[in-house]
Design a binder for this molecule. Sequence first.
Ligand SMILES: Cc1cc2nc3c(=O)[nH]c(=O)nc-3n(C[C@H](O)[C@H](O)[C@H](O)COP(=O)(O)OP(=O)(O)OC[C@H]3O[C@@H](n4cnc5c(N)ncnc54)[C@H](O)[C@@H]3O)c2cc1C
Length: 438
Amino acid sequence: MNKTFDTIVFGGGISGLVAAFSQQKQGKTVLLLEGSNRFGGVIRTVTKEGYRLEQGPNSILTNVELHNLIKELGIEDKIRKNEAIASTRYLLFKNTPLKMKPSWALLTSGFMKFGMAWAFLTERFKKKGTLEEESIAGFIRRRLNGDILNRMINPLVTGVYAGDPEKLSLRSTFKKLYAMEQDYGSLVKAMFNRDKNAHKREAMSFEGGLATLTNTLAEKLGDNALLNSSVTAIESIKKGFEITYNQEGIETVVKSKEVVSTLAPATLSSISEMIDKTLRQELEAIEYAPMLLVYLGYPKASIGQTLNGFGYLIPQQEKQPYLGGIWTSTIFPEVAPEGMELFTLFVGGVNNKGVISSIEESIEKAKLAFEKHMQISSNPTFQSHYLHARAIPQFNLGYYKLMEKVDAIENQHKGLKISGNWRSGVAIGDCVAGNINE
Ligand SMILES: Cc1cc2nc3c(=O)[nH]c(=O)nc-3n(C[C@H](O)[C@H](O)[C@H](O)COP(=O)(O)OP(=O)(O)OC[C@H]3O[C@@H](n4cnc5c(N)ncnc54)[C@H](O)[C@@H]3O)c2cc1C
């Protein structure tokens, strides 16, 4: 094997696969090192008893970069989507999933208070904020109001980040919202001025599930991507880097001009002398939300709730033992056997870290609450779960300052790129956009 490469990529999740594919496309010699025995990282599709389960992300919201990548990989014909269903979202309100589309049911539900409508109407007249950094909660209370925060934004934040809006930094987490105020002075004004020709974001998956995307990328990399190859050290040397990896007990040293690391912050810190002790401690302290995914299958006939949407999120003030539920087989019917419906529940988050040590109890509580909310009259005929003890990195207050220190490491070591979802943003689309190197 050639022991010197143009680029060596650490990690074979979506970030690393895209980084390596992008470099390979440019004619560079590339080596991707993945520590586990499979590619995909947290993207993980499995089949059990005729149900197809996503044991990580469920669907992708496309952006331009992802759209182009799908085209380039030649898997456009494998796209599976149902726009009308995927764009119909619900929130749980007083134990009932409530459709978030202007309707009589929404108006008369008591969900929309007069103050909420007034806050939207008057938002454009509010002064631009002057704080250098603000929590998502602080920002929404300032520009809109507390009810909008609690009823609409809180479930969104827990649904995507499993996080706490009081702790999450607006500028690091919701970059677009932050920019809307900076550029237009108002969210409402920014909405009216948005580019009508911009790429339309759609929720989708693929024939065979999300693993089709990562498996196709891995196939394109062929022998340039190695499994069971854990990076154990990286050292900065003259004109590049020296990397040690362990493949099934055998240590190998390779060199490269460039390195793209997509490892988690604590893992990268533990293998690199380029990161000093203080920064290492700060990176190790980045908070991660745990997430327990619970899969339930029921006969269609036993479900009382009408299934015509993506599923629902749950505001914290509803005090429920889970964060939300996706009506998985409504969006992608092929994931469940004939006559059955598959649901995925999300349990955990930063405010429920106890889930890690009480899996069975957490599942039981979530299941009972879910059956009540969905008016389900029978027990599930299929049940499964998957725990991510460290699912989603939290971009809490102070995160952008920490990221400036990581930028400084990159600047000190030419050719080093520190990537992964904790750098690019957690959505798959962000991981793709952050690792395409045109
Ligand atoms: C439960 C859950 C649900 C989600 N839902 C969605 C969703 O619906 N839509 C969406 O857009 N996003 C979702 N996300 C977020 C998104 O899936 C992730 O942010 C993204 O997949 C992370 O990709 P990554 O490549 O940066 O990291 P990872 O997937 O974590 O990849 C890192 C890779 O590095 C490898 N590795 C670790 N140590 C070493 C080492 N020493 N040497 C070599 N390799 C090593 C790991 O084995 C792993 O394969 C979800 C995430 C989770 C956990």
